[in-house]
Design a protein around this ligand. Structure first.
Ligand code: NAI
Length: 777
C-alpha cells in the first residue's frame, strides 16, 4: 500500500511484528522438544506437531509423555520439595523475583511465541498475557517473602499437579506455578497440547534463574497425560479447562485425599442498563467477547440489554463490529486473531450453524488460510436456547433484553455456571445493588475482563471452586501445620434393655422449623454403653433430605440478614443451651458412658459465643490493583450446606458446624451423629427458643451411609461437609461431581474438636466474590 493510498482511505497500514527471534529459539532446540524434568530437557520422543493456527505452518515437534515420564517428573518434584520449602519464604522469594525479572527481560520473545502458537493478536499477548504473568511472579515473590509472618501455622501441601488450557498458556502457567512455589510446593505442570511452547520457554528461564532441579517440571502431551498426572502421587491437582474434564477430575480424585481446585467454563452475563455510557459499554463488550477470539472462560458472552436502549445499542454495536480488524495475529493493528486449532473452529461452526434467532456477521474479509471465524452476534434467542446456555468458546455473542433490574438478575443467574458478570450503569447505587445478587465469583462494574494477581479469580456453581490470586488463592496451596490421626471406627451401642423412663420419647427430625416424622416410617433404637434403651430416632431417607434441602433453600433471607442479627441469634442460642447444660451433659454421659458431658457442653456454649463474635467480623477487603479502581473481596455465604456430624464429639461437633455455617449466612442440613443422635435431636428445642428462623437449621437422623448420597447428589445443595466416622469421603466427593458442589471431608482422619480453629471454619463457610469497582483517578 502506498502512502498516498493510506491518506486516501485513512486505513491502518500493516505493522507486522517479526517472528525471527521466536523461530530462532525453536531452532536452537532442534525444532523438537522433550519434557523439562529435574532441571533439564529430556530427549524428544514420539509426539505431535504444534502449528501456527493463523497459517497452518508447523512450528515444532512436541513429545507426548509416557507414564514413565510422568512418574519421573513427580519423583523429581517430590525429592526437591523439602529442600525448596526449607529455603524459607525469603529464600524462595529470591528465585521468584529472578523468574519475574527474566520474564520481563524476554517479554517480547514470550509474546511473539505465544501469538505464533496460539493465534491471539500480538497486541494482547504483548500488553496483557505476558505483563500479567510477570506481575503474578512479582506479586508472589512478595507473598513468599512475607508468608511466614502473614500466614502463620500454614505449610506447603507438597507436590502439585497442574493442568492448564490453551487460551492463556503462559498466564495460566503463572497463575498456577507462582502461588505454588511461593508457599513451598514443587510442581509438575502440563500445558495444553495445542500450546506447549511458552511453557517450554519458561522451563528455559527456570534454568537461567538457577531454580533448584525438580522444583518446576513441565511434561507435555494431551488429555491422557493429564489423566496420568491426576492419578499420580501428588498432593494437589489444580486444573483450568472445560467443565466436563473438571467433572472427570473430581471423580478421579474422589477419596484420594488430594486437594483440588477447578477453574472451569462460564457463560457470563454482560448487563447494560439504559443509563449506561453506551459507547464505553460497547468498547467494553469488544473486550468482553472478542478479546482472544472469545476463547476466554469469563468472556461476557451473554449480552443482556435494557429494553429501552436495545435497538440503539445493537445498531451501534453492529457498526463497531464492522470496524474490527481481523487477520494476521502478528500484525500490531489486528483486533481479532485466529482460533487456536481447526478442531475448535469446527466446534464453533457446528454450534452456530442451525442456531435460531437472527445472526449478524460483519462483512469482513477473512484470510484465505488459517483458523479464522468472524465476530458474530445472535439476537432474538429464548433464555433456554442452547446457545444462551452453552459455552461456545469463540467470538460469538448472544443477546436478549430485560425490563427491570430484577429481571436482569434472574436472566443473568439463569445458567448452571457462575464465573463472572459485568454490569454497566452510570448509577453506581444500581450496580452495587445488583453485584451481590449475581451468582458469580467475579463482578466487574463499568469495566470488564480486569485481572490482577492481588484479586481472587474463580467461580461458583459449575464454574468450579477455589480461587487463584490474592490471599485466598495463596492459601489454597497450603494446609494447617500438624498431622491428624486416623479416625478409629466408632460403633453404635447395641442392647436389649428396657427404657429407663416409661414415657416414650421418640426424637423427631427437625425440618423447616417443625418436628417431622421420618418418611420411611421406621425408627432406630439408641442404646447406651450398657445396652439400656435411651430412645428412638427416625430412620431418615432421601425424601427427608429432599424436604430438609427445600426448607433450607426457602430460608434464603438468612443469607441477606446482617452479621449483627446473626450474632444476636447465636448468642441467644448459646444462652439457651447454657440454661439447659445439665440436661445435655447428662444425656451425653448416658450415650457415651464417659463423664465428659459437662466439658463438651461448656465447649459447645463457648463455640457458639465464638462464632457469634465472628459473625460481624469476617470482613471483606479492598485490594489495591494497578488499574483505575479497587477490587473488593467480599465474603459471601456458600449457600445450603449438608453436613454429616461427627461421633467423636456429638454435640460440640454439630454445634461447631452449625455455628460456623450460620454465622456466615448459610443454612444447614445436619445428618445427626449416628452413634449419639440424641445430642442433636434434643437441640431443636434450643433452636426453637432462640429465634433461629425456620429452615436455617434442619436435622435429619438415620444412617450416614443412607443420607450421604442424597446430600452429595442433590442439585440444590452447594456444599457437603463430612466428619462422619463411616468412611464416606470418597463416595461424597465422587457424587458431588454432578453439580460440582464444594466438599470438605475428613478422609478418615480425626480432628481436634476442642481446638481454636475458627478461621478454617469461616473460610470453608464463605466464598470470596471479587467486585471490581471504579475508584480514584
Ligand atoms: P479441555 O478441558 O479438554 O483441556 C484443558 C486441559 O486439560 C488440557 O491441558 C488438556 O490436555 C487437559 N485434559 C483433557 N482431558 C483431560 C483429562 N481427562 N484429565 C486431565 N486432563 C485433561 O479443553 P479442550 O478440549 O481443549 O476444549 C474444549 C472446550 O472446553 C472448549 O470449547 C471450551 O468450551 C472449554 N474450555 C474452557 C476453558 C476455560 O478456561 N474455562 C479452557 C479450555 C477449554
Amino acid at each position: 500500500m502506498k502512502i498516498r493510498e493510506i491518506f486516501d482511505t485513512m486505513d491502518y497500514g500493516p505493522a507486522p511484528e517479526s517472528a525471527d527471534e521466536a523461530l530462532a529459539w525453536i531452532k536452537q532446540h532442534g525444532g523438537q522438544f522433550g519434557h523439562y524434568i529435574n532441571g533439564a530437557f529430556t530427549k524428544p520422543g514420539k509426539g505431535f506437531d504444534s502449528a501456527n493456527p493463523a497459517t497452518g505452518v508447523r512450528l515444532a515437534g512436541i513429545t507426548e509423555a509416557t507414564q514413565k515420564d510422568v512418574d519421573s517428573a513427580v519423583s523429581a518434584a517430590r525429592k526437591a520439595q523439602p529442600g525448596w520449602a526449607g529455603l524459607g519464604g525469603p529464600g524462595r522469594a529470591r528465585f521468584m523475583y529472578a523468574l519475574a525479572r527474566l520474564l520481563q527481560k524476554h517479554a517480547r520473545l514470550f509474546s511473539v511465541l505465544e501469538t505464533l502458537d496460539n493465534g491471539k493478536p500480538i497486541r494482547e499477548s504483548r500488553d496483557l498475557d505476558i505483563p500479567l504473568a510477570q506481575r503474578h511472579f512479582y506479586y508472589h515473590a512478595g507473598m513468599a517473602q512475607i508468608m511466614d509472618e502473614a500466614l502463620p501455622g500454614r505449610e506447603a501441601l507438597g507436590v502439585c499437579g497442574q493442568i492448564v488450557p490453551w487460551n492463556f498458556p503462559l498466564l495460566m502457567l503463572a497463575w498456577k506455578i507462582a502461588p505454588a512455589l511461593a508457599t513451598g510446593n514443587t510442581v509438575v505442570l502440563k500445558p495444553a497440547e495445542y500450546t506447549s511452547l511458552t511453557a517450554l520457554l519458561f522451563a528455559d528461564i527456570c534454568s537461567q534463574a538457577g531454580l533448584p532441579p525438580g522444583v518446576v517440571n513441565i511434561v507435555t502431551g494431551d488429555g491422557t497425560v493429564g489423566e496420568m498426572i491426576v492419578a499420580s502421587e501428588v498432593d494437589k491437582i489444580a486444573f483450568t479447562g472445560s467443565t466436563e474434564v473438571g467433572r472427570q477430575i473430581r471423580r478421579a480424585t474422589a477419596g484420594s485425599g488430594k486437594a483440588l481446585t477447578l477453574e472451569l467454563g462460564g457463560k457470563s452475563p454482560y448487563i447494560v442498563f439504559d443509563d449506561a455510557d453506551i459507547d464505553s459499554a460497547i468498547e467494553g463488550l469488544v473486550d468482553a467477547i472478542w478479546f482472544n477470539q472469545g476463547q476466554v472462560c469469563c468472556a461476557g458472552s451473554r449480552l443482556l440489554l435494557h429494553e429501552p436502549i436495545a435497538e440503539d445499542f445493537l445498531t451501534r454495536l453492529k457498526a463497531r463490529m464492522a470496524k474490527l480488524r481481523l487477520g494476521d495475529p502478528l500484525d500490531k493493528c489486528i483486533d481479532v486473531g485466529a482460533i487456536v486449532d481447526p478442531v475448535q473452529l469446527e466446534r464453533i461452526r457446528e454450534m452456530v450453524e442451525g442456531a435460531g434467532g437472527s445472526c449478524f456477521q460483519p462483512d469482513l474479509a477473512l484470510p484465505a488460510q488459517g483458523c479464522f471465524y468472524p465476530p458474530t452476534l445472535i439476537t432474538g434467542l429464548a433464555p433456554s436456547d442452547p446457545l444462551m446456555q452453552e459455552e461456545i468458546f469463540g467470538p460469538v455473542l448472544v443477546s436478549c433484553t430485560f425490563r427491570t433490574p430484577d429481571e436482569a438478575v434472574a436472566l443473568a443467574n439463569n445458567t448452571r455456571y457462575g464465573l463472572a458478570a459485568t454490569v454497566w450503569s452510570e448509577n453506581v447505587n444500581l450496580c452495587l445493588d445488583i453485584a451481590p445478587k449475581l451468582a458469580a465469583g467475579v463482578v466487574w462494574v463499568n469495566a470488564t475482563n480486569l485481572f490482577d494477581a492481588a484479586a481472587g479469580f474463580g467461580g461458583v456453581r459449575e464454574s468450579g471452586f477455589g480461587r487463584e490470586g490474592g490471599w485466598e488463592g495463596l492459601s489454597a496451596y497450603t494446609r494447617p501445620v500438624g498431622k491428624s490421626a486416623k479416625l478409629a471406627p466408632i460403633k453404635a451401642h447395641g442392647g436389649a434393655g428396657a427404657a429407663a423412663d416409661p414415657v416414650d420419647r421418640t426424637a423427631k427430625m427437625y425440618i423447616g422449623g417443625k418436628q417431622a416424622r421420618p418418611d420411611s416410617g421406621y425408627s432406630i433404637a439408641v442404646h447406651g454403653p450398657k445396652g439400656q434403651l435411651l430412645g428412638h430416632v427416625g430412620q431418615g431417607s432421601r425424601k427427608d433430605i429432599r424436604n430438609a434441602v427445600e426448607a433450607a433453600r426457602g430460608a434464603g433471607g438468612w443469607a441477606r440478614s446482617t452479621g449483627h442479627l446473626r450474632a444476636q441469634i447465636l448468642y441467644y442460642t448459646a444462652e439457651n443451651l447454657s440454661a439447659r447444660s445439665d440436661e445435655f451433659a447428662n444425656r451425653l454421659n448416658a450415650m457415651s458412658g464417659a463423664r465428659t458431658g459437662r466439658k463438651e457442653v461448656d465447649a459447645a456454649i463457648d463455640r457458639l459465643f465464638t462464632f457469634a463474635a465472628w459473625a460481624d467480623k469476617v470482613d471483606g477487603q479492598a485490594r489495591g490493583v494497578p488499574i483505575r479502581g479497587v477490587a473488593l473481596a467480599m465474603r459471601e455465604p456458600v449457600g445450603v450446606i449438608g453436613a454429616l456430624c461427627p461421633d467423636e464429639a456429638p454435640l460440640l461437633g454439630a454445634v461447631t458446624i452449625m455455628g460456623a455455617a450460620l454465622a456466615m449466612g448459610n443454612r444447614v442440613v445436619l445428618a445427626a451423629p449416628k452413634v449419639s443422635p440424641l445430642a442433636l435431636t434434643d437441640f431443636y428445642q434450643v433452636l426453637d427458643t432462640s429465634d433461629v428462623p425456620a429452615g436455617c437449621v434442619n436435622i435429619v437422623t438415620g444412617t450416614h451411609a443412607d443420607l450421604a448420597g442424597p446430600l452429595a447428589k442433590h442439585l440444590d445443595v452447594d456444599a457437603v461437609w463430612s466428619f462422619s466416622s463411616s468412611d464416606l469421603s470418597g463416595a461424597i466427593e465422587a457424587e458431588s461431581a454432578l453439580n460440582l458442589k464444594r466438599t470438605w471431608v475428613n478422609n478418615g482422619q480425626t480432628r481436634d474438636w476442642y481446638a481454636q480453629d475458627s478461621r478454617e471454619w469461616l473460610d470453608q463457610a464463605t466464598e470470596v466474590k471479587t467486585v471490581w469497582i471504579p475508584y480514584g483517578e
